[in-house]
Design a binder for this molecule. Structure first.
Ligand code: M6R
Length: 628
């Protein structure tokens, strides 16, 4: 789950490679490196840590050259160190490779190659690809030489490279997005894809390779998406694509639809904080053009389904990972409550290998901020394979999931850079709420009820803005409990997903253990954790289950556990029992989770700062999880 880039043309390759890697750092930031062909040699610069560190090195030791590849790593095989950083060089320096994916049979291949005299310098699975290609280049060169001598033929050099690469790829089991440089052929680069996304950018007299479209923005607006088993043979002036079985494929050049987006901090200390504060605006953007006040419903342009198909939906599956899965849980409550359609929320990683009975009237929605999450992509592919319609709820427009689904809805939340998802979560919840209204109004929900829901939707941005004002109070709470090693997050019904999301935020950026639970389930086990050092964060808005959650809150207090309560403004009762109270603005019960999550995002943020953690790039994580 790494980011790869490549360049061939007349620019200084390193310049594009470094900028491209910066834009791909959301895929991993354990190490970064580039390889450039310079005066007949492949020269490599790589380092543990971020692209900034690589850039620093390149400033002191520039790598000039017009053909190069680069990589930003999320470690799978072998720790994050310089040796394991990509690019990896194969043979005696004749090829360099950057790889995104996992080679499952690398151990056997490595043994075989070591037996044949190849010297390994890293613990990665990827290095076998470099040596394997070098070995196949040798074999192919010998075959070419024999043929040429026998028949007096002139060698087609690029065809020989392709044959050698194909020979190597045929021996790999697993997934790859690859960019390959050849020392003795500086005019050509080969890119190959199986299971890991890869694109080629087409410019006048130059070509770019990247894991996704983002690095290309501002360099070219012409893009070719490679498919599995395709291989691109790229020179400065030409692009040829071949498929393992189909042979030559005509490149389908599309117009690039992304720009690099606003990637500045705009005065905030961290992207996460900026993105938390952008939520009133991102919610407005998610709603823009989608509220049909006249008909008291929502409208969506890209579902690509007829009204007949939509009204025959009898079951919905929502699938995703992490925060996106949490948004799905809230979607389940809303769709079932308003539209009365049965919903199941599935972890994509489970759905992809299960074989659930899914009938023709079931719609599958994949929820993903990045649109690149490998498990979510795997799940919709599996659903498509079995003939089901799949729709995407994505933020990144040109992403793989958005491309592969039959239709969908974009979040329009703008680029989310912080690894911890914040504004994408609330935009996903908002989108699912609109979807619930849409399905409900196609069925039994009356005009007046629809109008009331729309009124609530329209109040959300301002109320989210008011919830942001809890930040100082939340910082005080974070300071008070900064030495706690465990937290419980408890909520019920619409706010059970909020509890899960609050706990995930704290875990991932402050490295403090936190468990999210339905409040009433606590007494079936987790209550054993309650002691004076374990704060419980209760999400306890007024409404249907208020008294019940308050009872759970009292149970924790009775056992000496400190309680932080997120309540609606003016709630005196909770204030009397809880140790700390965070008041947020009130909205209808079903939309309250979108407001309640804001102080929880801020709590995680302040806790992470107090612990001196890297808020935007927490350890061991990546923004986009592109491996299984
Ligand atoms: O891009 P996706 O929404 O598909 O990502 C899914 C999860 O990896 C993601 O939500 C992850 O849990 C976040 N780091 C949570 O903040």
């Amino acid at each position: 789950m790494c980011g790869i880039v490549g360049y061939i043309g007349s620019r200084d390759a390193s310049e594009f490679l470094v900028e491209g890697l910066r834009r791909l750092e959301y895929r991993g930031y354990d190490s970064a490196g580039v390889a450039v062909i310079d005066r007949g040699a492949i020269r490599v610069c790589k380092t543990t840590g971020r692209v900034d560190a690589l850039h620093g090195r390149l400033l002191s030791e520039p790598l000039p050259g017009h053909a190069g590849i680069g990589h930003t790593r999320w470690a799978t095989h072998g720790p994050a160190n310089d040796a394991n950083a990509h690019p990896h060089v194969g043979g005696l320096g004749e090829v360099a490779v950057v790889h995104n994916g996992v080679i499952e049979n690398y151990a056997g291949l490595r043994q075989q190659l070591e037996g044949a005299g190849f010297v390994f310098r890293s613990e990665t699975d990827s290095e076998v690809i470099a040596h394997l290609i070098a070995s196949c280049l040798d074999t192919q060169a010998a075959t070419d030489a024999a043929r040429a001598n026998g028949a007096g033929l002139r060698r087609d050099v690029h065809a020989s490279l392709v044959t050698a690469v194909r020979m190597a790829l045929a021996q790999l089991r697993g997934t790859y997005g690859l960019a390959i440089l050849f020392r003795d052929h500086p005019d050509v680069m080969i890119a190959a894809r199986l299971g890991s996304p890869l694109v080629v950018g087409v410019g006048p007299q130059e070509h770019f390779v990247a894991s996704d479209a983002l690095p290309l923005a501002g360099y070219t607006d012409k893009i070719v998406y490679l498919a599995d088993h395709q291989l691109a043979i790229v020179t400065a002036t030409s692009l040829r694509i071949t498929h393992r079985e189909l042979g030559a494929v005509k490149p389908s050049v599309e117009v690039l639809q992304v720009d690099a987006g606003d990637r500045t901090l705009n005065g905030f200390d961290h992207f996460m904080l900026k993105e938390i504060h952008e939520q009133p605006e991102s919610i407005r953007n998610a709603m823009r053009g989608r509220l049909d006040v006249e008909n008291a419903t929502a409208t969506f342009g890209g579902l690509n389904l007829t009204p007949q198909q939509l009204s025959s939906v009898r079951r919905i599956i929502l699938t995703g990972c992490g925060t996106s899965w949490h948004a799905g849980l809230l979607g389940e409550y809303l769709i079932e409550e308003w539209a009365r359609i049965p919903v199941e929320v599935e972890y994509a990683s489970e759905l992809r290998y299960r074989n659930p009975p899914v009938d023709a009237n079931t719609l599958v929605f994949a929820i993903s901020q990045s649109g690149e999450t490998a498990d979510t992509l795997g799940a919709i592919r599996e659903m498509k394979r079995t003939g089901h319609r799949t729709l995407a709820i994505c933020n990144v427009v040109a992403s793989s999931i958005a491309q592969e689904a039959d239709g969908g809805i974009f979040l329009h939340a703008g680029p989310e850079i912080g690894v911890a998802s914040t504004k994408a979560y609330t935009a996903q919840c908002m989108t699912l709420a609109m979807l619930a209204l849409y399905f409900a109004r196609m069925r039994h929900l009356g005009f007046e009820a629809g109008r009331r829901i729309i009124d609530d939707f329209q109040q959300l941005p301002d109320k989210l803005g008011q919830a942001l004002q809890t930040s100082d109070q939340v910082r005080y709470v974070a300071e008070k409990y900064q030495h706690a090693r465990n937290f419980l997050y408890l909520g019920r019904q619409y706010n059970f997903p909020t509890a899960l999301e609050g706990a995930l935020k704290l875990k991932e950026i402050s490295y403090v253990h936190a468990e999210g639970y339905p409040a009433a389930e606590m007494k079936h086990g987790p209550i054993a954790l309650v002691d004076q050092q374990t704060p419980s964060v209760f999400i306890v808005p007024r409404g249907f289950v208020y008294d019940k959650v308050m009872a759970n809150l009292e149970e924790v207090k009775a056992r000496g556990g400190p309680v932080i309560a997120v309540v609606q403004e003016g709630d005196r009762r909770a204030a009397q029992v809880a140790d700390d109270v965070i008041e947020v603005p009130s909205i209808s019960e079903s939309l309250q989770p979108l407001i309640n999550v804001v102080p929880l995002q801020l709590l995680a943020y302040h806790a992470a700062l107090l612990r001196d953690c890297d808020v935007d790039k927490p350890r061991n994580l990546a923004k986009s999880v592109t491996v299984e």
